[in-house]
Design a protein around this ligand. Structure first.
Ligand code: SAH
Length: 230
């Protein structure tokens, strides 16, 4: 196991991080690149001050605006299922705290992320700057419409897309359209909060996909438009 970089992680947290990694291994995560990314991203920076002591427990925590930073096991499971390569351009819908984006940024070439709550996006951007995660581009917008054309530049297609809020029935068509041929999307899908399944879509051609179920999950819903606090 790699020794954590003390400039990123205070000494007293080593033990807690290592325990989290061992916990994730016990729960079935065995992709060493994913575990190493989790080891190198200080989750404590993404959680509210008053919850610092719970930062390395395998639980979801509230981050404000009724949203949550996902449970580390769910982040690890989604990241493993995405099978990200270091040449990949990855799109994330639902920046939230920015934690999942930070993990992915360690594994891919460029990470694009969209959040509909502007205050959450601004917090996450500050953390990306603090951690010098320079391959992340984060915007406030409606991720259900995919990554927008900005200054005439379109970033699609993406080799990987991760949706960290639950879609009703199926992922939005605009997102499926922005997935590269052969690309993989992971997205929680369900009709209600206690009936969600994490699904993996691999794009075989313009309109054919292989679809598999990964595990039951519980996410906040994917909602249209930018939130009114933005
Ligand atoms: N990935 C986050 C957890 C996200 S919680 C993390 O690591 O902390 C889900 C997030 O999706 C919430 O912040 C919610 O505001 C956002 N969201 C929901 N619908 C959205 C949409 N259409 N576009 C962008 N973000 C959306």
């Amino acid at each position: 196991m790699q020794i954590p970089d003390p400039s990123v992680l205070p000494l007293q947290n080593y033990g807690r991080v290592i325990r989290l990694i061992m916990d994730l291994r016990d729960k079935g995560i065995n992709d060493t690149a994913v575990l190493s990314a989790i080891e190198r991203v200080p989750r404590e920076i993404f959680v509210p001050q008053q919850m610092l002591d719970q930062a390395y427990e395998d639980i979801a925590l509230p981050i404000g605006r009724g949203q949550t930073i996902s449970q580390p096991l769910v982040v690890a499971t989604m990241t493993e299922a995405l099978a990200v390569g270091d040449r990949d351009k990855v799109l994330e819908i639902g920046t939230g705290s920015g934690y999942q984006a930070a993990i992915l940024s360690k594994l891919c070439r460029r990470l694009y992320t969209i959040e509909r709550h502007k205050p959450l996006l601004e917090n996450a951007q500050q953390v990306f700057d603090e951690l010098k995660l320079r391959n992340i581009t984060a915007i406030c917008g409606d991720g259900m419409r995919g990554w927008p054309v900005i200054n005439g530049i379109s970033q699609a297609p993406f080799q990987r897309i991760i949706v960290t809020a639950a879609a009703r029935g199926k992922p939005p068509q605009e997102l499926l359209d922005q997935l590269d041929q052969g690309g993989i999307m992971v997205c929680p899908v369900g009709e209600s909060s206690d009936d969600q399944v994490l699904k993996k879509y691999q794009k075989l051609s313009d309109d054919t996909y292989s679809i598999s179920d990964i595990c039951p999950v519980r996410f906040v819903p994917l909602l249209p438009d930018v939130a009114r606090d933005a």
